[in-house]
Ligand binder design. Sequence first.
Ligand SMILES: Cc1ncc(COP(=O)(O)O)c(C=O)c1O
Length: 384
Amino acid sequence: MPVLPLRKKSENLLGSLIREVSKDSMEKPGLIPLWFGEGHRSAPPAVVAEAHKAIDEGYQFYASSAGRPELRAAIADYVSNLRGIKVGPERICVTTSGNSAIQMAMQLIVDPGDNVVFAVPLWPNAADMVDHLNGEVRRVPLKLDARGWSLDLDRLFAAVDARTKAIFLNSPGNPTGWLATPDELRAVLDFCRRRGIWAIGDDVYERIVYGADRSPSLLDFAGPEDAVMSINSFSKGWCMTGWRLGWLVAPAAVTDTLGKIIEFNTSGATTFVQRAGVVALKQEGFVREIREEYARARDITFQRLSGMGRVRLARPEAAFYAFFSVDGMTDSVEYCKRLVREANVGLAPGRAFGPEGEGFIRLCFATNPERLTEAFDRLEPLLR
Ligand SMILES: Cc1ncc(COP(=O)(O)O)c(C=O)c1O
């Protein structure tokens, strides 16, 4: 069929390599899918009830682009209480997901030819967005040794030049589970202040950290005027991936502009979903419960995978992924396709997270112990 030429960037999009592995097997009978980054539970019942109620009460019309005032205020309180800082609602923009929050942030700051420095391997969307804006993606690999993943600050800072607009860190990290230390975040913030560039933290896994109530964030050290943005989402902490609701904390001076950007992108998050978001922020018991479930799943995962001869992995301290290497594996995409065929278990190829991820596989362990155990029983003969 003849088609008119598209934007070159759009024509050349590669698409997700996780989808490449999963596309023909989503409906495969008996498959255990551990390839996507989401938990098996649905949203807290009080959130579901509030969404129904909000529809019935008529919350079905446009909301203001930067979010309904009650949700902006609830998020501001939540962030302030969680971190022991003072964040006002004027610094919050509601978005239709964490993904959308990143997109708004990048549209706010990236001109063609600018670059953004990322610590990698990394969930691909953020870097892809910069590329799609005709920005340059600069990748600085995290290091892996016996103690786990770590960031080489000198290498990170060396990647910054006159065209750098931001350093982007995702901690807790997807896919690695890397957790930035408070000292590292403080150092990145100081560096960004000195160089006059943005520091962006993707904090979507901040509540999924084992042995603490939250992970450290750039927000812990930033003043209200600092050029810092924090990306967040209801997807992971409240099991609301399909609701598409997130937020951005930014300096008050830019939230009006962000609202204008949101206006022509999505015109704001779904109105009744925003009402439900207010209720979600009160579900602390739910957040703790799922964290405990994931901690047990993490222990099973670590114990089973580290007993498999060809597997090497660091114990994940946060997020809900095992990111492990497999001796002798040269093509993670082909290997994951084979695991679907021969073990009927769906995993994500490391190359989906950039070239640095080749040689690795990501397994999302946010599921129940029975399913996990069954998945490991099936994988073991292949990874022994
Ligand atoms: C690191 C990271 N940031 C952001 C997101 C976006 O989540 P959502 O768009 O569902 O809010 C994800 C989702 O997997 C993620 O892993």
